[in-house]
Structures are given as structure tokens and as C-alpha cells.
Design a binder for this molecule. Structure first.
Ligand code: HEM
Length: 521
């Protein structure tokens, strides 16, 4: 105890709150004990003690005193689409911690890995992100249940624990691999077909819509154990509509982070109407897939040993209610499209700029193929550079601009007292580009992740702890298989494009189309 404050140097390793660890920083199932480490955390107390030199919450630099003026300034600088660049600037201006209030959105923002460690240590047993009111408002409006993404407290935890076992536990990967590998191979056959059709031995294209289809086909095959057929030339209009709705859902969310959805709804604002239209499309398509699945389950007596998909397993298991399963499966489907496809697009963009890196990756993949004698699971264990490339993409082009938690205890970060209940955000985009955290951050260098001691609270693209990305296992497997197949068959070239800027539409995506040329090896 120091004064009224207790300083605790408990573990800030990637494991806390009595959950056991799965993979890279993943904390998934209840377990005993916690690892040890050394970051001091103020655990209790109501007021900062100036005799310790700890500065008060109100001394944190930033723009938080006039939230309406801040909203106006933010809107004038096209902030809705520039959140990531504004954060980067704020860290340059205010230093490694700043406080902000824009409209009704109030936060403390941090950038250092060691501060991220303190943040996640203080996330409590039921980690909570910023509630995206637009998403809950839609569900309340249409009377839909909340799924794992939006649930809270014990309700979230019990659902998440059931889902973890089917979606993210290491042992489920072998169920997914044959399905995802098949989708990967079909995608490559599709590219080959396009190249042949072009008549000049190459295909020059903005791949984004193709990648959306690849991602939806992949996630659906895992969720429903069945192919949607999106990699054919003619796809069902509902499937394309679903893809368009996901983009619209993300795009229409970002203004509603700062302006309450109930107000926009009352004003009959376009953004609210678009948002409803988008979620309606998402829920309708997910419902169609779920209904098909029900029908199939009733008709089929036995699955001849074939993996039936996450949805069927959850239904047969009967631990969650049908309404809960539907809500979470819809969210998994919605979360599984733009995230992986945009990450793959950025990866191809970076690889197109570095032909020699493509060769290095090809050599690694060829060696893994030769050593694994046709076993895809084995190949996946032998491609560290492929995995590092995806990490590097998420460093420079993270899907989420920040990671957020409402802290459940008082902490001291950068010598400022932050009271329990505050929304603290780790600037993921800004951290990835901070030269004090990553040497030569502007360079795409996957091998940096192969060096020892580079990972301490730095590789956080999928979040951290028990509330990290639930779809991580699917996403990683899907993206690794994609790169393996792609690099085995094709060379990726760019069109001499200058740097492509990114824009914020709740997730970070390229501002303009990325046009690539794909040639057979
Ligand atoms: C490159 C791909 C992806 C990235 C970078 C990504 C990133 C993230 C991040 C940063 C979070 C918040 C984690 C936190 O707060 O600690 C998250 C949550 C989530 N993601 Fe992903 N994601 C990806 C793919 C997917 C896929 C493929 C799915 C579905 C199959 C998915 C489903 C979810 C769900 C359901 C949550 C909420 C989990 C919860 O609240 O318990 N994500 N994701």
C-alpha cells in the first residue's frame, strides 16, 4: 500500500482473469492461475496522491472540454473518414496519452505496448468494448436478440464459452482446413479461368469484390458445412446483396459513433435508413442460410463422417437456445467478410511491391509442401513467413483503428490516474506506425515478426484476451491457405500505383480501388 493506493505488480503476460491461453495472446477457457510479470498497476483508491507524482485525470492532455465544438471541428475535417489519421496526429501533438470527447464519445487514448499491457490487465472478467449503439438500436428496433458481439456480462461469457469450443479452440482447425482448402483451390481455378479468357496470359483487376466472395464462401462453408457457390460466374443476387449490405452497414455505422442513433432515427436521417436497410439484408441472408441448414438437418440421417459445420454442431448440442445461435451465427457471418478480404487485398498490394519477398515466400511454401507429403495441416505448421506476412499486414493496415476496453479498476498510465469505468482505447493503427515501437515502420517487413522479443503486446490485430476476435482461427486459416495457393500459382504485380491511402468506414479500407495484375508462374 502506498497512501490510499495499492500498487500491484501482478501478471501482465498474455493471460489473466483466470482464463486459459489459446495461441498468440488468446485467452479462451476458464482455468486456474495466472502468469507472473512486472507492470505496476494501481488497484484501488479514489483520488490521485500528488505526493507520488501521479497526475490527475483532468490533467491528461487532449480535446475533451467542449464536446460540441470538438464534434464540429471533427466533422469539418472530414473526421468520420479520417479517424485513424486524426489519432496519429493527436499522438504526435499530445504525446503517448490523450483524452478526447467528440459529441457523446469520450475516451482516453494510448499507444505504447507496455500501456496496452496495463489496459488488458484491468479489463475485468467481462471485458467490454465501446457499445456500438447503432448496432444495438437496430436489434432493438427489429426485436432481434443480441449475439456474442453485442452481449455483455455473464450472458456474454456463457455464450462465448460455448462458441469458443466450436470456433476458436485449436483442435477445431482440422475441421475447417479441408473446407477452406477447397474454397482456396476453387478460387485459384477461377483466377486461372479469367487469365485464360483474357487471351494475354494475365488478369488485371480490382480484386476486392472477388475477395469479398471468397471470404463469404469461406466463412459460410465453415458455419454451414456447405458451399454457397459464390465462385461461379453467376451467383445468386441475394449473396451479392449480402456483400453490399455488409459494406453499407460498416459505412453507415461510423457517423453514429458520434451522433446518437435515436436522434438520427427521429430526424428520419438517411444514414439511419441505410443502416436499417443494411442490417435487414444481412439478417435476411443469414436467416435463409440457417433455414436451409434446418431443412438439411431434418432430411439427412447421418453425415457420413463429414464435418457438418458450426451451426449444425451448435444445434445438435443444444446448449444455446436457437435464438441465441441464430444471433451469434449471423454476427459471425457478418464479421467474416470485409475483415479477411480487405486484409488479403492489402497483403497482395504489399507483395506486388516486393517481387523478391514473393520469391522468399514461395520458397518457404515449396519446402513446406515437400516436407509435408500432401498433408495441408502440416504445411500450415511450416510456413512462419506466410504467417508473419499477415501479421505485418495487420500492423500497417489493421482492420480496427483501435482496441477498446472499459477498465474495471483504477490504473495509472503514463503517470496519469485513470478512474475505473473509463473507456480506454489502444490506437492500433498509430502503434503500428510508431517508430519507437517498430523500427522503420513504413516498411513492409514480415521477417521482423520472426525475431525474438518482438511480440510483447505488439501483434494485436485480432484484439486480446477472452474478448479477442472470435473468428480469428477461421480468419487466419482462410488467409494463410489463400496466400499459399496464390503464391504457388501466380505472380502478383502492381500497376506502378503510388501509395494507396486508406479511409475509415468503421473498419480501415483502401480509399481507392487497388488494381493488380495476376500472371501464372
Ligand atoms: C483479418 C480478419 C479479422 C480481423 C483483423 C478481426 C479483428 C477483430 C477485432 C480487433 C475484434 C475486437 C477484439 C477485441 O476487442 O479484443 C474482433 C472481434 C470479433 N470478430 Fe473479428 N476480425 C477478423 C475476422 C473475423 C472473422 C472471419 C469473424 C467471423 C467468422 C470474426 C468475428 C468476430 C466476432 C464475433 C467478434 C466479437 C467477439 C466478442 O465480442 O466476444 N472476425 N475482430
Amino acid at each position: 500500500m502506498i497512501g490510499r493506493w495499492r500498487v500491484c505488480s501482478r501478471a501482465v503476460a498474455p493471460c489473466c482473469s483466470s482464463w486459459a491461453l489459446y495461441g498468440d495472446g488468446g485467452v479462451m477457457v476458464p482455468a486456474r492461475g495466472c502468469q507472473s510479470a512486472s507492470v505496476p498497476i494501481v488497484r484501488q483508491g479514489t483520488k490521485p496522491d500528488s505526493s507520488l507524482g501521479i497526475r490527475s485525470f483532468n490533467e491528461i492532455p487532449g480535446l475533451w472540454k467542449n464536446s460540441v465544438a470538438n464534434l464540429y471541428r471533427f466533422w469539418k475535417h472530414d473526421g468520420f473518414r479520417n479517424v485513424h489519421r486524426i489519432m496519429l496526429n493527436n499522438f504526435k501533438n499530445f504525446g503517448p496519452i490523450y483524452r478526447e470527447k467528440i459529441g457523446f464519445y469520450e475516451s482516453v487514448n494510448i499507444i505504447k505496448p507496455e500501456d496496452a499491457a496495463i489496459l488488458f490487465q484491468a479489463e475485468g472478467h467481462y471485458p467490454k468494448r465501446l457499445l456500438i449503439e447503432a448496432w444495438t438500436a437496430y436489434r432493438d428496433y427489429r426485436n432481434h436478440k443480441y449475439g456474442v458481439l453485442l452481449k455483455d456480462g455473464e450472458d456474454w461469457k456463457s455464450t462465448r464459452l460455448v462458441l469458443n469450443k466450436q470456433v476458436i479452440a485449436p483442435q477445431v482447425q482440422e475441421n475447417f482446413v479441408p473446407l477452406l482448402d477447397e474454397v482456396g483451390q476453387d478460387f485459384m481455378a477461377r483466377i486461372q479461368g479469367k487469365i485464360e479468357k483474357s487471351g494475354n496470359n494475365k488478369w488485371t483487376v480490382d480484386l476486392s469484390n472477388e475477395l469479398f466472395k471468397y471470404a463469404l464462401e469461406s466463412v459460410s462453408s465453415v458455419l454451414y458445412g456447405e458451399r454457397l457457390g459464390l465462385l461461379h460466374d453467376h451467383i445468386e443476387p441475394e449473396a451479392q446483396h449480402f456483400i453490399d449490405c455488409i459494406s453499407l452497414m460498416f459505412k453507415s455505422t461510423s457517423p453514429m459513433l458520434y451522433i446518437p442513433p435515436w436522434l438520427l432515427r427521429r430526424l428520419g436521417a438517411r444514414v439511419w435508413k441505410d443502416h436499417v436497410k443494411a442490417w435487414d439484408g444481412i439478417f435476411n441472408q443469414a436467416d435463409r442460410c440457417i433455414q436451409n441448414m434446418f431443412r438439411r438437418l431434418k432430411q439427412e440421417s447421418g453425415g457420413e463422417g463429414r464435418y457438418p459445420g458450426v451451426l449444425a454442431i451448435l444445434m445438435l448440442q443444444g446448449t444455446l437456445s436457437i435464438a441465441d445461435i441464430k444471433a451469434s451465427v449471423t454476427e459471425l457471418m457478418a464479421g467474416g467478410v470485409d475483415t479477411t478480404s480487405i486484409t488479403l487485398l492489402w497483403t497482395l498490394y504489399e507483395l506486388a511491391r516486393q517481387p523478391e519477398l514473393q520469391e522468399e515466400l514461395r520458397a518457404e511454401i515449396a519446402a513446406a509442401r515437400a516436407a509435408s507429403q500432401g498433408d495441408v495441416m502440416e504445411v500450415l505448421k511450416m510456413v512462419p513467413l506466410v504467417k508473419a506476412a499477415l501479421k505485418e499486414t495487420l500492423r500497417l493496415h489493421p482492420i480496427a483503428v483501435n482496441l477498446q476496453r472499459y477498465i474495471t479498476e483504477d490504473v495509472v498510465i503514463q503517470n496519469y490516474h485513470i478512474p475505473s469505468g473509463t473507456l480506454v482505447q489502444l490506437g492500433l493503427y498509430a502503434m503500428g506506425r510508431d517508430p519507437q515501437v517498430f523500427q522503420r515502420p513504413e516498411q513492409y517487413t514480415p521477417s521482423r515478426w520472426l525475431q525474438k522479443n518482438t511480440r510483447y503486446f505488439r501483434s494485436l490485430g485480432f484484439g486480446f484476451g477472452p474478448r479477442q476476435c472470435l473468428g480469428r482461427r477461421i480468419a487466419e486459416t482462410e488467409m494463410q491457405l489463400f496466400l499459399i495457393h496464390m503464391l504457388e500459382k501466380f505472380r502478383i504485380e502492381n500497376q506502378g500505383q503510388m501509395d494507396t491511402r486508406s479511409t475509415f468506414e468503421l473498419i480501415i479500407l483502401p480509399e481507392k480501388p487497388i488494381v493488380l495484375t495476376i500472371r501464372p508462374l
